[in-house]
Write a protein that binds this ligand. Structure first.
Ligand code: EPU
Length: 414
């Protein structure tokens, strides 16, 4: 079994270039289906989720090549409209292919994505939107069969779902008329998807605000795009530095994307500077507890960063409260962090972290992607040696965790 060996208790020091964003590259790879031609996507991180997206594209008939971090998709030869169950199970976010296949072929058949480690992951908002826009949706025996071309209309989302916003954007590009998404998700990854769709010739505006407007049916052409950096990977390294002390500079991330995290660590006693595409965090004394951290859709505190930030506050002075509002089951790291000496009480959606002066090395196992990253942060902060297993979860989202942390002076080996 593969494992990470971490010798903790050392400060981190140095600069690190942040990989391309997982949550950008996945919808963008799906979007390459829209154009019956070639798309070239740069800055694609080497992740198992990216492998899964490529497997789906190949199954659908695309020719996909990969050179370094550049992926080239030729979607001229798309020959199928289905995604078989094993490929759907590989990655929950494969549901994003629904809108893209529909836009391209007018029909899509996939198995229902089901739940995941974070709890139930319904797609009712995706399906309601498609139905409202004229798509026939049949759900039978765990399979979804969608038919029809989207007819543009004004559609309001009851919550700003990232996946639903992306699916509607993709389906609407291949549809007729103008689609307006109200209460759209505002994440930087939505803006990145818009940028890629524009590079294909799609007419789409408003991403990054609550209203996205798509004029469907525009003729598309070959496109090229560079994926933005992964703000959650950036948040992971900031958390590690806040937990261990030292000074870390992130290269390639827009400081605005990380504001809820940097503000939290600033309140905890760190010095933070952000300029251009760089963010620096300096931590010279143990973290202090901060006012309650409540996860929220962008630009609020990201649920994806909650586990790693929690790990940092396990070694701090005072009590910090976390309120998880997005996912039901996102405290699975808590019991494992306790093995490192952390004191965390979970009561429903609230977690109470009583900061400790010291953590100690232990054997811990990742149960989900960001929870796994949180264990690495905890292990780096703990005195002595820790062993982290469950690495397949971490590999879904981190392309060079060991190399990056090693470059910052951490003792970490796979
Ligand atoms: N929801 C519904 N119905 C729907 C869709 C969503 O009830 O039809 C609920 C979800 O159950 C959840 C909330 O709405 O409680 C937010 O879900 P959202 O649709 O925004 O999330 P997602 O698109 O499934 C993306 C990221 C997640 C990230 C969330 C929230 C990708 C591929 N995934 O998921 O990333 O946590 O947005 O920001 O973009 C991760 O990277 O670790 C990760 C889980």
């Amino acid at each position: 079994m593969e494992r990470l060996c971490v010798r903790g208790g050392r400060p981190l020091l140095g600069s690190v270039q942040i990989q391309g964003a997982k949550n950008s590259v996945l919808p963008i790879l799906a979007a390459t289906l829209l154009n019956a031609g070639v798309s070239v996507i740069h800055n694609c991180p080497a992740l198992s989720d990216v492998d899964a997206a490529i497997a789906i594209l190949r199954h659908l008939g695309c020719a996909v090549t990969r050179t370094g971090t550049t992926i080239t998709v030729d979607a001229a030869t798309v020959s199928r409209t289905d995604i078989p169950d094993p490929l759907m199970r590989e990655m929950r976010s494969s549901v994003i292919f629904l809108g893209a296949i529909l836009a391209r072929c007018g029909e899509a058949k996939l198995s229902y994505p089901g739940g995941c480690e974070l709890g139930p992951r319904p797609i009712d908002l995706h399906l309601d939107a498609l139905r409202a826009m004229g798509v026939e949706v049949e759900e039978r025996g765990g399979t979804l069969h969608c038919r029809g071309i989207v007819t543009g209309r004004v559609h309001s989302l009851s919550i700003p779902s990232v996946g639903a916003t992306e699916n509607i954007m993709l389906a609407a590009c291949g549809g007729k008329g103008t689609t307006v998404i109200c209460n759209a998700a505002r994440e930087p990854e939505i803006v990145d998807l818009q940028q890629f769709l524009r590079s294909l010739g799609a007419e789409i505006t408003g991403a990054g605000s609550s209203t996205v407007v798509i004029r469907g049916g525009k003729p598309l052409h070959d496109g090229e795009h560079t994926v933005i950096s992964d703000r959650i990977v950036g948040a992971t390294y900031l958390s590690a530095c806040a937990a261990c002390g030292g000074e870390v500079e992130l290269l390639g991330v827009d400081p605005r994307w990380l504001l809820p995290i940097t503000e939290t660590f600033r309140k905890g006693g760190c010095q933070v500077t952000g300029e251009g595409n760089r963010v620096t965090l300096r931590c010279t004394e143990p973290l202090r507890s901060v006012p309650p951290i409540r996860t929220a859709p962008y630009p609020g505190f990201p649920t994806d960063a909650q586990p790693m930030v929690m790990a940092a506050f396990c070694k701090s002075r005072g009590v910090t409260l976390f309120v998880e509002t997005i996912f039901e089951n996102r405290y699975r790291q808590a019991a494992e962090l306790a093995r490192l000496g952390a004191e965390i009480r979970v009561e429903g959606r609230v977690a109470i972290v009583e900061g400790k002066k010291l953590l100690h090395g232990a054997a811990v196992e990742a149960a989900d992607l960001r929870g796994g990253a949180a264990l690495v942060v905890g292990a780096l902060a703990a005195e002595g040696e820790s062993v982290v297993t469950g690495l397949r979860h971490i590999d879904r989202g981190y392309a060079s965790l060991v190399e990056d942390l090693g470059q910052l002076g951490a003792s970490i080996n796979r």
